[in-house]
Write a new protein. Sequence first.
Length: 314
Amino acid sequence: MLYLTALSKVLPVLLLILLGAFFRRTGFLSDATVAGMKKLVVNVTLPCALFLAFAGVALEGRHLVLVALVFAACVLMLLLARATWSRLGFRSAYTPSLMTGFEAGMMGYAIYGAVYGTANIFKFAVVDLGQVLFVFFILVPWISQFATGRMSMRDTVVGFFKTPVIVAIFLGILANRLGLVAPLRGFPPTDAVFRTVELLGAITTPLIATVIGYEVRIQRGALALPARATVLRLALWVPAGLLLIALVVNTLLDGDPLFRAAVMTMFVLPAPFVAPLYMGAAPEDERTFVVNSLSLMTLVTLVAFTVVAIVYPA
């Protein structure tokens, strides 16, 4: 019964992903339309959801411990992967980028929110903060150096603070700290704005899930190394997630089951989808390896997250 309950909560996301795949196969949606949907999610709907999440719950000092440890874990995994990738039989220099960081924006929030509710998405966002900092300040500059040279720190910082998701989080924290939410919600015109933001945030999950289904494409005949990368990634991150739960969530966060679920949801996610964007003129075999790896990791995540939902029920 527990399995059926968990599956019933994950199933809507899976059906939306299948719908996205159906749209691609039938040509119902074009690449340009899906690109527009992604732009809408990244710049509007997800920031709306995160603003409400951080405006409704105060960020505490103990949460920052989790943020710092997730950041440190991501850095450690990158260093470990850089030191060992060639010895493990991988040929692509982009392999370390597949071992660390997580695709929270275009996948994590959708599946976590679908099972644990948008009211609890703040807890996933706290876990996400550490890896967002890692992706912006460590991973993207590291990947981009292969194609365009090193990014300046100024460009990195400016890009971070111009990102709608980051702006939304800071505005939500500010609104909470200043106690603005209750007065604004008590005034009909501004309450209407909040309800509009709620409506926009609510469509994040269906949009993301449909986009995932549309974009998952696996090229047959080149799956051996991507499969190995996927297994290795889970073998590294699942124990790390359990350790983080034991050391931080069970102590500083009172064993909150939704924080446990947030950590494990994050740690079974695929690597960030940004790698192909910064590969420049990389050889075709390396592009195939990265794209196949991300697609396979995405499919495996759906299975792994079903297990997470069973182990950590809502």
